[in-house]
Write a protein that binds this ligand. Structure first.
Ligand code: SF4
Length: 347
């Protein structure tokens, strides 16, 4: 049997051939499931009986089990899913000004060890498949009662460390014959795994790019994000310029988590302006969301305001993004389904 979230236009066409029915039914089925959100393929009206019977036999309509669901006062909802092998991951639905964004996990856990990220404390357990990611979209849609308008691959994991499955997912959700998302509405986020950015460019992956930068010197970035020791800032900037050059019409977002006394000085703001000079991007400033025993603190609002003003005065587009769903631990860097003994997530 195949899981409903593993279906593709090709697989549906294959099922039509097997049932000796016209290929047009594959297109109808794809729209019924992935663009209209129906989780019982055989319920599509006017399907040939042989195809209905085959779908009942061959397709498992169940999505991953919903283990936990938490809702925040700002409307953010976080879902904990149990995948077919018992592994658990989280996805978050974030409504902002009537626009729904879904944060998708690409790995169960993460191996990269960024020191401001709670997910890092649990280590990496496994990569997610394309179907595991599609299942998150379908389950979020089903639970929230609305399909997300934007998909951001910013949940648990580093997408570039699971490139093949992530690329399959991005191609499927942006395929007009698949989920038909605009590439502008799908954002792949990386902490700066340069070969992944280069591959994304070479393979012309249809998505926007977000870079989690978080520091303006290698000394500080080495301390915050071990990945920087392998791909330092200069190398990362080269790859970012490569993306901007290859896709001048695509969005690039630079995320910068502000940590009190670490990377939030006016000198940092000035260096950031210098680093991003000539690059078309939006800087998203994220005041740190502390968790118990976290090694960093959140800066004062006045410090955040001054930092943003410095960037704006220099002509950068900079916005302060207050993380959503903080009280349900759904904010940036707070996703962690399996709590280590010494970490308790604030709820
Ligand atoms: S910030 Fe992203 S890449 Fe870094 S540890 Fe957390 S999940 Fe992994």
């Amino acid at each position: 049997m195949i899981s409903i979230s593993e279906l593709t236009p090709t697989r549906l066409r294959h099922l039509c051939t097997q049932a000796d029915t016209k290929a047009i039914h594959a297109e109808r089925l794809n729209a019924w499931i992935f663009r209209q959100g129906n989780l019982n393929p055989a319920s599509l009206p006017e399907l040939p009986v042989a195809l209905c019977e085959l779908l009942d036999r061959e397709v498992d309509n169940a999505l991953p089990a919903l283990i936990d669901q938490r809702c925040a006062a700002d409307g953010t909802q976080k879902y904990l899913l149990q995948l077919h092998d018992g592994e658990q991951v989280e996805t978050v639905m974030i409504p902002i000004a009537g626009r729904l964004t879904q944060c998708i996990s690409t790995q169960a856990g993460c191996a990269l060890g960024c020191t401001f990220c709670l997910t890092a404390t649990g280590g990496l357990r496994r990569n997610l498949s394309r179907g595991d990611m599609v299942a998150q979209v379908m389950l979020g849609w089903q639970q929230f009662g609305q399909r997300a308008r934007n998909l951001v691959l910013m949940g648990m994991g580093e997408p570039m460390h699971n490139f093949d499955a992530v690329a399959d997912f991005v191609r499927f959700v942006t395929d007009p014959a698949g989920m038909a998302y605009s590439p502008r509405r799908v954002t792949l986020s990386t902490v700066g795994v340069v070969p992944g950015i280069e591959r994304l460019i070479a393979e012309q992956l249809p998505c926007s790019l977000a870079i989690s930068l978080n520091a303006t010197t290698d000394a500080v970035r080495d301390q915050l994000m071990p990945v920087n020791r392998k791909y330092p800032i200069a190398r990362l900037l080269e790859a970012m310029h490569g993306f901007a050059h290859a896709f001048p019409r695509r969005r690039m977002l630079v995320a910068y988590v502000l940590l009190a006394g670490v990377n939030d000085s006016l000198a940092d703001a000035e260096r950031l302006v210098g680093l991003l000079k000539g690059m078309a991007c939006t800087v998203s400033l994220l005041p740190f969301n502390p968790w118990p025993d976290a090694p960093w603190q959140r800066p004062d609002d006045a410090v955040v305001g001054r930092f943003r003003a410095q960037l704006s005065q220099a002509g950068l587009v900079a916005v302060v993004r207050e993380s959503r769903g903080k009280e349900i631990a759904a904010a940036c860097g707070q996703l962690l389904h399996r709590q280590p003994a010494n970490v308790s997530i604030p709820i």
